[in-house]
Design a protein around this ligand. Sequence first.
Ligand code: 5GP
Length: 179
Amino acid sequence: MHKAVEKILVSEEQIKERCAALGQEITNDYQKTGRIPYVVALLRGSVPFLAELVKHIDLDISFDFMDVSSYEGTESIGDIKINKDLECSVKGLSILLVEDIVDTGRTLKAVTKMLKNKGANDVKVVSLLDKPSRRTVDIEADYVGFEIPNEFVIGFGLDFDQKFRNLPYVGVLKKAFYQ
Ligand code: 5GP
């Protein structure tokens, strides 16, 4: 275990198993609708999750990336800054948005709203982690890997100061690292 980690919350094995199950569920759900999702991953935290998940989605998907950040000092959920936009138009597409973690829900709410405004047919969300106790806006992911308590976590895409994204598990960051 890395010295910055207090305890492991979700092991590498659990992540792999859950991604296989989620991939299967997503495949079945979209097969029922007859639509193929355009998979949109939010940089940078969702990259390891995306890589593991898409191996288990048995549909001819394409994927693309967006990088967004919230404007500092604003409480408005509509205000996100797009640092990197999608390569193609989302008009008429079924979007499957891939997130690392849903915390307050503000990012998700803003990105979902923006994609719908741009003409997406429908937007579903898959998130590796969910911290329901932290939610401040009314939004839920359609697919969740793991519900976790209100702890600051790192690993499998999640960073502290841009580090620890490469850890193969999700762990709680030792308080000594940020206090
Ligand atoms: P939200 O808009 O839901 O409040 O925030 C989502 C973003 O906050 C995530 O994509 C992630 O970048 C960051 N975040 C929220 N909780 C954690 C956490 O426990 N650890 C890390 N590393 N990032 C987090």
